[in-house]
Design a protein around this ligand. Structure first.
Ligand code: FE2
Length: 138
């Protein structure tokens, strides 16, 4: 059995359990991509075609969770603005991979996603969220 590609650790926590759970799920999605790296490129293509819609909708859903929490907690406009730009750019990038996915191998896809997530959690998410924030109106 292959080892996990990436393991979620406490150092990735942004202080909000809901967001941490979603990040863990993103790590799991990347690990699943990693587990499907195959020297037979046609198998990678078939796998990616099966998961691509679920991947993109999970990412979109996660970003809207984060953006809602920022709105609810009156996060500084400049931070929200920059944060949303990064989200939009990533969705664009994922769509670009999807539109010519036959050129991509799963190793490249896994690295692209995980590199982005690591960077984004450190630079944006940790800067935007803290443990005292409300996650819903209730
Ligand atoms: Fe984010």
């Amino acid at each position: 059995m292959k080892p996990n590609f990436i393991q979620w650790e406490e150092k990735f926590s942004v202080g909000i359990p809901l967001i941490d759970e979603q990040h863990k799920k993103l790590f799991a999605l990347v690990n699943d991509i990693y587990a499907h790296i195959n020297t037979d490129h046609s198998k990678e293509i078939a796998y990616f075609e099966k998961i691509k819609d679920a991947l993109v909708s999970y990412v979109i859903n996660h970003f809207s969770t984060e953006e809602n929490i920022m709105n609810l907690n009156n996060v500084d406009n400049k931070i929200v603005f920059e944060h949303k730009i990064e989200h939009a750019q990533f969705i664009e990038e994922v769509n670009r991979v999807i539109s010519d996915h036959k050129k991509w191998d799963m190793n490249e896809v896994a690295f692209l996603i995980i590199e982005w997530i690591f960077n984004h959690i450190e630079k944006m998410d940790k800067n935007s969220f803290n443990a005292n924030m409300r996650v819903s109106n209730e």
